[in-house]
Design a binder for this molecule. Structure first.
Ligand code: ATR
Length: 295
């Protein structure tokens, strides 16, 4: 029997583009959320090599695919395939969500929303203090931009394996945000001193992410204090070696789960114009992360 023709609803197809997506939880988060609000959307995985990124965006235009989230290492690359950038994406200098509005591709950065969701309960402790950010990639840009625009720290210190990348970010944000001092710490002594003096330590690198679960971005000589806030954007595992060290020191810890949910919620709302079902999505992610820890 010939199957009846089924029109594929390309305009309700969404997904994530990246290089290595074996562990991504975005499909689970979005597909759970679509189901919860009865939205007839689908979220897939587009694992592509750098030379295929342009072809994928051609397909997004030709088939009127609704939109894509963007992850490592394409958050800057995809900017050239968009027709317009939101204010946040252009301030941050990276795109993590592309939405197809009737053939116009708009680049957004919803990582900023993830940072807000993750840190807003600590806003009063961050204002007027120093924050140390490890890493200088796309996620670091979103963290630094959101901290400077919404949390009023007096100083942001950037620490990175390649100090030149940190210097570029410091120079960019010095021009954009005059109320915060931006510095790069690139000697062992200054890294230890600045990390010790900070109210808040943020890891935006992939150090500590599965399978490198024992890795931590902090030099061995840094002792975390009980009055510090430690935020790790890595969410696999949920408790990274850095967060375990922080918890053992009595510090306040923030896992990457809120960042994942916060950026996902905003992307979902941009894709569907519907409200993101936060509780259902959080429960599904926690179930999956817990089962990964025990297998
Ligand atoms: P994202 O867009 O998620 O931020 P990215 O742009 O690839 O990803 O940036 C990753 C950051 O983690 C970079 O700052 C990178 O350091 P470099 O600028 O030196 O490349 C940092 N990073 C990744 N793996 C690292 C490792 N094993 N040790 C130290 N830093 C690492």
């Amino acid at each position: 029997m010939i199957a009846p023709h089924v029109r594929f609803p390309y305009e309700r197809i969404t997904g994530i583009i990246g290089m290595s997506l074996g562990h991504t939880l975005s499909p689970l988060m979005h597909n759970t959320a679509f189901k919860e609000v009865n939205a007839d959307f689908k979220y897939g995985v587009f694992q592509v090599r750098p030379d295929m990124v342009g072809h994928l965006f051609e397909a997004v235009r030709k088939f009127n695919i609704r939109g894509l989230n963007v992850t490592i290492p394409y958050k800057q690359t995809v900017m050239e395939y968009t027709d317009e950038l939101s204010d946040e994406a252009s301030t941050i200098g990276a795109v993590n969500t592309v939405v197809n509005e009737n053939g116009r591709l708009i680049g957004y950065n919803t990582d900023a929303d993830g940072v807000e969701v993750s840190l807003r309960r600590f806003a009063h402790r961050i204002a007027g203090t120093s924050v140390v950010v490890y890493g200088a990639g796309g996620a670091a840009r979103a963290v630094i931009s959101t901290l400077a625009s919404s949390f009023a720290p007096s100083k942001i210190v950037i620490v990175n394996r390649t100090p030149g990348h940190a210097t570029t970010i410091a120079e960019t944000f010095r021009r954009k945000c005059s109320k915060t001092t931006f510095i790069v710490a690139n000697t062992d002594e200054s890294i230890v001193q600045e990390t010790g003096a900070a109210s808040t330590i943020v890891n935006t690198t992939s150090i500590g992410m599965h399978p490198d679960v024992n890795g931590t971005p902090l030099p061995d000589s840094v002792q975390i204090r009980a009055d510090q806030i430690v935020f790790d954007i890595v969410y696999t595992p949920l408790e990274t070696a850095l967060l375990r060290q922080a918890r053992n020191a009595g510090a306040l810890t923030v896992s990457g789960l809120d960042m994942l949910l916060g950026q996902g919620a905003k992307a979902f709302e941009l894709f569907t114009q519907l409200r993101f079902p936060m509780d259902a999505a959080r429960a599904a992610l926690l179930r999956e992360l817990t089962s990964r820890q025990t297998t």
